[in-house]
Design a protein. Structure first.
Length: 501
């Protein structure tokens, strides 16, 4: 479903847009928030569900999540705006957990179940029955039938069926979760184990019912702008192509400043600092034997997974370099100490990174490209026809390439080759959390010693993040062209000596 316009993407966009409009324009916030579900379903004909009542109830939950608030209890009558006073602020806000399943929207999909379809021809050989180790398959009325109580889900029947008549039914959100953080509640609805979840958002974009959503800070950001605060944007490099094929960075900067943002910087600036810093770390720590390997730090989902997977004595192998988001935010705060910084990017996990307590982020708000598109719509800006431009040249091709899987390791390798010539670099890069998990286990076992290992939680890298607007392939192509057209390819070596408070 990624990269195509579906009723789910339209619905999400409409909710974000309506919430942004209320934040920017409303003088009667309570009433206008309560009215949003009726704008989503304006008549007595449901657009998405089996009834207008269920549809509006679900829309109400989406509105709460879009305002950073938690879902309402199912057993009590609670207004959509309950708790609004805490949310109606111009500061960073959301009630944990970040990612939630909307119970009334969940279709209670079966998970990991094998089932015989109408494709079964009742063949004489019935190999499915012959290979089943638990005698769970029998022939009934000339068709194979699987006894689910006996089935151990080994998949042998599916693998051997000559007609592909046996299907493995998987819950889409669980299949997309690389850390197995999704199970079922007592009603059979999806449930996220927050202790395991790394907030990558792949479950959210994989659910065809739109039953999973992350919390947003779009409401609080709009309030800060409305209040007149000095809010500065840092744009992730994956932004290229997200608002139209011909919408380049200069147009996006101009549109953001028209909305009221004080200034716009490239997060690729922080990526440049990270690339040269991690190149130095690799040369001085891995090649000298101080560390067994070096793990890149820019992807928060990968970083959290690594710190959970590796033993304590190996955790220092996760690079101590500031992530591009944090490095850029700190450089902004040096120049604009009284400003508020908003990271605009493709990633749901960045919302959690910005709020962590172990490392000061200097990031006041995090919104995704999807949420920014809603702000543009709320402010009446059509990026496809927008013409104004303002130059921006903060970074090199190396930092901009961080947006695509393999781009981080490539940038670090190029820096090593340029500034530490003759150094042999062993590169590994892995994408998707299940593959990341395998790589970490191999590193833990000593099979990746001497390597620089790039991990990306989303398959495809940042351009595949849960908050993107376009197909992954198109996003990757746009970023690669952006890198190629950059006036400078590598950051100067002095960047490795930059000390950000």
């Amino acid at each position: 479903m990624r990269g195509i316009e579906t009723p789910i993407t339209k619905l999400r966009r409409q909710v974000f847009t309506e919430v942004a409009k209320v934040a920017f324009e409303s003088d009667n916030i309570n009433d206008d928030i309560e009215a949003i579900p009726y704008k989503i379903t304006p008549s007595d004909v449901p657009l998405y569900r089996d009834s207008i009542y269920r549809e509006r109830a679900i829309a109400g939950e989406r509105v709460r999540l879009a305002m950073g608030m938690s879902l309402r209890p199912e057993s009590q009558p609670v207004h959509i705006t309950s708790g609004l006073n805490e949310s109606n602020i111009s500061d960073k806000y959301y009630e944990p957990p970040l990612m939630q399943v909307i119970p009334s929207a969940c279709a209670m999909c079966e998970d990991n179940v094998y089932e015989v379809s109408d494709q079964c021809r009742g063949c004489v050989a019935h190999p499915c029955q012959e290979v089943c180790p638990k005698d769970a398959i029998s022939m009934v009325n000339g068709r194979s039938v699987i006894d689910k109580d006996k089935c151990v889900k080994c998949g042998k029947c599916k693998a051997i069926c000559p007609y592909d008549a046996i299907a493995k039914k998987q819950r889409p959100c669980a299949a997309a979760c690389g850390v197995r953080a999704i199970d079922s509640d007592e009603h059979g609805r999806a449930r996220i184990n927050d202790k395991i979840c790394v907030k990558c958002g792949q479950c959210m974009v994989s659910c065809p019912f739109g039953a999973i959503a992350d919390k947003s800070q779009i409401f609080q950001l709009a309030q800060a702008l409305k209040k007149g605060d000095e809010v500065i944007v840092e744009l992730a490099p994956a932004v290229i192509g997200q608002f139209g094929t011909d919408v380049r960075l200069w147009k996006i900067k101009s549109a953001l400043k028209e909305i009221g943002f004080a200034e716009v910087y490239e997060v690729a600036l922080g990526a440049d600092i990270g690339a040269i810093t991690e190149a130095r770390h690799y040369v001085h720590e891995v090649k000298t034997g101080k560390l067994p390997f070096l793990l890149t730090s820019c992807c928060p989902a990968w970083s959290v997974l690594a710190k959970r997977t590796l033993p304590e004595e190996m955790v220092e192998a996760v690079s101590s370099a500031l992530t591009p988001m944090v490095a850029t935010a700190r450089s902004i705060k040096q120049k604009h100490p009284n400003s508020r910084v908003v990271f605009v990017g493709p990633c749901a996990a960045k919302k959690l990174e910005a709020s962590r307590e172990t490392v000061r982020s200097d990031v006041d708000f995090v919104i995704t490209f999807e949420e920014l598109a809603a702000i543009f719509e709320a402010k009446g800006i059509d990026m496809e026809t927008y013409e104004a431009e303002e130059p921006i040249h903060d970074a090199t091709g190396a930092g901009r390439g961080y947006a695509v899987a393999g781009g981080v390791a490539n940038a670090i390798e190029e820096c090593i080759n340029e500034y530490y010539p003759g150094t042999e670099v062993l590169i590994e890069h892995v994408e998707g959390l299940s593959e990341c998990q395998k790589m970490l286990l191999m590193a833990k076992a000593g099979k990746k010693d001497g390597c620089l290992i790039e991990g990306m939680g989303c398959p495809g890298g940042c351009v595949a993040g849960a908050g993107t607007n376009i197909p992954v392939a198109r996003g990757a192509q746009a970023v690669r062209k952006f890198v190629k057209d950059s006036t400078k390819s590598l950051p100067p070596k002095e960047y490795s000596e930059i000390e950000l408070p």
